[in-house]
Design a protein around this ligand. Structure first.
Ligand code: SF4
Ligand code: SF4
Length: 90
């Protein structure tokens, strides 16, 4: 079995180094749902934002501010295309 490696954005050491955050740009369609649901964005801060990298439809993908992101995984949970992965470190 082969495993496809997706291209994407990697933000290491979010949540004070407790997690790594990834966006697989080939899967991101730029719907913005994750931006709406990020709890830090909901508090009025700019954590998860549009990226300079583009997604599958050449619209902006997303990436978090590593200083603000708490690694909660809400963005990964709500993304309809599984374009985000938040990996908690042990
Ligand atoms: S992991 Fe949580 S805090 Fe970080 S970008 Fe996603 S929703 Fe926002
Ligand atoms: S990561 Fe998912 S929820 Fe966020 S803009 Fe891309 S497709 Fe939409």
């Amino acid at each position: 079995m082969t495993t496809k490696q997706y291209m994407g954005i990697k933000v290491e050491g979010v949540a004070k180094g407790k997690a790594d955050w990834y966006c697989y740009t080939e899967l991101c369609k730029g719907c913005g749902l994750c931006l709406e649901k990020c709890p830090i964005n909901l508090k009025g801060e700019k954590c998860l934002q549009w990226s300079k990298e583009v997604g599958i439809y050449q619209t902006p993908a997303v990436q978090p501010d590593p200083e603000l992101c708490i690694g909660c995984g809400t963005c990964a949970l709500v993304c309809p295309d599984s374009a985000i992965r938040v990996e908690r470190k042990p």
